[in-house]
Design a protein around this ligand. Structure first.
Ligand SMILES: [Fe+2]
Ligand SMILES: [Fe+2]
Length: 287
């Protein structure tokens, strides 16, 4: 890739983005319906069952121990009647992420399940932190946490060929973060590309800003959603749920906890909860 300007590389990446399918229309419609005060579950069921893959993922996820339903459910309508709106929204987005993230990202050294599990685990971690922190409207946070690494899909096509270069640069300059090395080699990073993808998919600004900010030490302090997304991602990495070759090459600012509004005493119970729920999801999805 040497010899090309950074803007040419960005152009190539965004050209590739056009070939990534739209966020599932089923999910967009369902998420719009979930914004209403009184959600008509029959209407919601009609929309979701349209997409067999999302429906299958939804039922697998909802029946995992992570969501603690009192009994096994076989239909969407049964599931909806036992869940809160935020849980439905969470599981719906989680069901869609499989479509994009349940594939190998060779450049980042990730197998298919790892990427999906990392994203699901980050979503669960964000949920655990937000609940303890008393966040009243966490829906944008769930979306950002579940989709924060979506840019890796597009960049992976480029990272794969350049991974040796990135590793070499980090070896020679140990102070560089993985993102700085990504920039030096690729002229872009997965946070910027992911945010652009979500903007094109018409997600709220709060969501794509948090994705843009999740590795940027100053941007991640600008909104609570961004701070919580970055914190959830960091803790997920520390738990060891599949972040691949870039896992330790990031930095977090000292005041991230206060920007996220999270008490230090809430970290350990959140980590334990997210760990157990992630294991439950893994068992439900892949055993
Ligand atoms: Fe990331
Ligand atoms: Fe991540």
């Amino acid at each position: 890739m040497s010899g090309q300007g950074a803007s040419a590389i960005l152009d190539q990446i965004f050209e590739k983005l056009d070939h990534i399918p739209n966020f599932p229309e089923t999910a967009q419609k369902a998420l719009r319906l979930l914004q209403q005060e009184d959600v008509d579950f029959r209407e919601l069921e009609k929309i979701v069952r349209h997409d067999a893959a999302i429906t299958a993922n939804f039922l697998k996820l909802v029946n995992s121990a992570a969501f603690g339903l009192p009994r096994k459910v076989n239909t969407l309508i049964q599931a909806f009647s036992l869940l809160g709106i935020n849980q439905i929204r969470f599981i719906l987005i989680a069901s869609c992420t499989g479509k994009y993230l349940n594939r190998p990202l060779k450049g980042y050294g990730l197998t298919p399940h790892e990427v999906w599990i990392h994203s699901l685990s980050c979503g669960l971690m964000a949920e655990a932190l937000a609940r303890r922190a008393g966040l009243s409207r966490p829906e944008n946070l769930f979306t950002a946490a579940l989709l924060h690494d979506i840019g890796k899909i597009a960049l992976d096509l480029f990272v794969e060929g350049e991974l040796e270069n990135i590793r070499d640069i980090i070896k020679k300059n140990p102070d560089l973060t993985f993102m700085q090395a990504e920039w030096m080699v690729l002229g872009a990073d997965h946070a910027i590309v992911g945010a652009e993808l979500l903007r094109r998919w018409e997600f709220p600004k709060e969501v794509y800003f948090a994705v843009r900010a999740h590795h940027d030490e100053s941007l991640m302090l600008q909104t609570r959603t961004a701070a919580l997304t970055a914190l959830a991602n960091t803790l997920t990495n520390l738990m060891g749920f599949g972040a691949g070759t870039d896992v330790f090459a990031y930095e977090i600012p000292d005041n991230l906890l206060s920007a996220a509004g999270v008490a230090e005493t809430d970290l350990f119970p959140s980590i334990v909860e997210a760990f157990e729920k992630t294991e439950a999801l893994k068992a439900a999805l892949f055993s």
